[in-house]
Design a protein around this ligand. Structure first.
Ligand code: 9MR
Length: 604
């Protein structure tokens, strides 16, 4: 087995801020401004400017400027950028207010134009005095890994409501009140989450019940909490204007907990659109803001639903286009959210770049081309991505999928070559084989497991099996799921639910016949069945997979009407409600269902 970095989960675990530090902010009357290099490679870098309020009153709106000798900004996020050297960046409204002691950050990508990474001075009223200097990292290898970066941010979200004296629960690095009446799991008392004493005490050392906040507790970036609250207000006031919303009538539910991610020690993730995709989470509009609010509050990991696939990143041989993916990854890391990479190799025709589809070569030349892609991508994101779906959907029920350009040209060998290359490029990332319809066990699951066993025996670097879990309320049985989980566990591999969604309709069931017979409204009954189903899947996962093998649970999409299922499974015939949040960005009953399972409560 391969040694990996250790990452803990939950809000208290600061996941990969990814700051190649060396910055020196200059203390000023109201704030200081820091220029940070977050990733640095041959031709470019991604950077961030952090504005911290060191004064006594709130900063209300900000604008900063900087100038390079040779470097050039190619795109920016979480800010409105104007000018072209000097550049001026101002707030986007939702991140304009910075409370005392808090900070905001925005990011950008830079073309180095053949030169070095520069360390420009950042000026602006908010930098009070206008002097600031920084020293960029000298190479990408100095980018902090997620766990190393945790010391870079301070000021606690969770502990802010925790009294400084008396007993508290240090929950994997975050302080929570101990519940007064709740006897086990998580509770909701006095308008905040609390941890029952018995549950708190069950954590491994050095966590558990602590006195007076004396435990060394890591904490949450204050910039998350400040942007969260301002996003919340702007999203709730504007969300009804969202054009993509197909229905806002879905029942919402007040959650009994504050945050899904805080309930788990493993990543609770979500797939997101970004880059040029419709409903990009980085868009400066209510849909982007509403999603960012949900994600920062509830999820500890994201997967790019599309923009890290082959054709998006490597459309011409040797010419990688990382801008959109870098922006997404940097946004995630600067909000203490990890990233699961999807997917290094997927045969699906429209995911394979033309240069590869048209490639003519010997088997060895194909392997070389495949390695070039895998190494190019995985090394670029090394240190910033927790894990990868290395190969996606390589099997059919009968065995290897032969209608794959990779299989045609390299045979089954391409799979191990991809894993070997990914491990060379990023030895710390967890490497998964990912597929759908394995949740039901045989026969496809058997094919994948035969390969995994062979890999383990031959020391091919595989860390886990990714089960997509595009399932239904009535298929497959949870007992089948439990069996496949435990088979993977028996092999010593991690289990990750990578693409969970559960529509209320099952188009393959005898009960479904559009337009005559289908569920056309998100009724309380449908929501309840869906809630119990989400809960029982997570419950099965927790029961069967021991903590050290839990790769996480990711939901495939943020809000209902953005689900791929509506177009690709239901042919746009009708609405569907497969996810945890509705189109007004409110939690639905299944979000409570997932939380119930994570808190060890019965699924009901
Ligand atoms: O959700 C994705 C959708 O937006 C794309 O159109 C589609 C094709 O690229 O891929 C969807 O995601 C798939 C994932 O990449 C692999 N497993 C199945 C997912 C749903 O089709």
């Amino acid at each position: 087995m391969f040694s990996k970095k250790i990452t803990t989960w939950g809000t208290g675990a600061l996941l990969g801020l990814g700051l190649a530090m060396g910055s020196v902010g200059v203390q000023a009357q109201t704030g200081n401004c820091e220029y940070l290099v977050t990733n640095d490679w041959n031709s470019g870098l991604t950077g961030a400017i952090r504005i911290s309020n060191t004064g006594d009153s709130a900063i209300d709106g900000w604008s900063v400027s900087w100038e390079y000798d040779n470097n050039q900004v190619t795109n920016a996020w979480n800010t409105q950028l104007s000018g072209s050297n000097p550049y001026t960046a101002s707030d986007m409204g939702w991140n304009g207010t910075i409370q005392p002691g808090q900070s905001v950050e925005f990011g950008f990508q830079v073309n180095k134009n053949g030169g070095e990474a520069e360390a420009p001075e950042v000026t602006g009223d908010v930098c009070a005095g206008g002097t600031s200097s920084s020293a960029p990292a000298s190479s990408s290898s100095s980018v902090a890994t997620s766990s190393e970066a945790s010391s870079a941010v301070s000021s606690s979200l969770a502990s802010s409501s925790v009294p400084s004296g008396g007993e508290q629960c240090d929950w994997y690095g975050t302080l929570y009140p101990l519940c007064q009446t709740t006897e086990s799991g998580w509770g909701w008392e006095s308008n905040e989450s609390c941890v029952a004493r018995s549950t708190c005490e069950s954590q491994p050392a050095p966590y558990g019940v602590v006195n007076g906040g004396s435990s060394a507790s890591s904490s949450v970036s204050s910039s998350v909490s400040s942007s969260q609250s301002s996003v919340q207000s702007s999203a709730s006031s504007e969300s009804s204007a969202q054009s993509s919303a197909s229905s806002s009538s879905a029942p919402s539910d007040d959650l009994t907990f504050e945050s899904l991610r805080n309930l788990a020690e493993f990543p609770v993730g979500v797939a997101v659109p970004a880059g040029n995709e419709t409903n990009s989470i980085l868009d400066d509009d209510p849909t982007g803001e509403g999603q960012r609010e949900i994600i920062t509050q509830h999820f500890g990991q994201i997967t790019a639903g599309n923009i890290m696939k082959m054709s998006y990143l490597h459309n011409q041989r040797g010419n990688f286009t990382f801008g959109n993916a870098d922006a997404l990854v940097d946004w995630a890391l600067s909000n203490n959210i990890g990233v699961h990479g999807h997917a290094l190799v997927w045969h699906s025709e429209y995911q394979v770049p033309d240069w590869m589809n048209n490639f003519q070569g010997t088997e060895e030349e194909w392997v070389e081309a495949l390695r070039e892609h895998v190494i190019g991508v995985a090394s670029h994101f090394a240190g910033r991505v927790d894990s990868w779906d290395v190969v996606n959907e390589a099997f059919v029920d009968e065995g290897y999928r032969t209608d794959s350009i990779f299989y045609e040209n390299m045979g089954e060998r391409y799979i191990e070559e991809a894993f070997i290359a990914a491990n060379e490029a990023d030895p710390d990332a967890d490497l998964y084989y990912n597929d759908f319809s394995m949740e039901n066990g045989q026969p496809k699951f058997d094919n994948a497991m035969a390969m995994a066993r062979d890999f383990v025996e031959r020391d091919i670097p595989i860390d886990g099996i990714g089960f997509q879990f595009h399932v239904f309320v009535d298929w497959p049985s949870t007992s089948a799921m439990r069996e496949v989980f435990s088979e993977v566990v028996d092999l010593g591999l991690k289990v990750k639910i990578t693409e969970l969604d559960i529509p209320v309709n099952n188009p393959y069931s005898d009960n479904y016949s559009y337009p005559d017979n289908y569920i056309s409204e998100y009724t309380d009954e449908a929501a309840q069945a869906q809630k119990e189903r989400y809960c029982s899947i997570v419950e099965a996962y927790l029961d069967e997979v021991p903590p050290e093998l839990r790769g996480g649970v990711t939901v495939w999409g943020v809000f209902d009407s953005d689900s791929w299922l509506i177009e690709q499974t239901f042919d746009n015939n009708h609405d569907e409600w497969p996810l945890l949040f509705n189109d007004n960005f409110e939690p639905k009953p299944p979000a409570q269902g997932v939380g119930d399972a994570l808190m060890g409560l019965p699924c009901q």
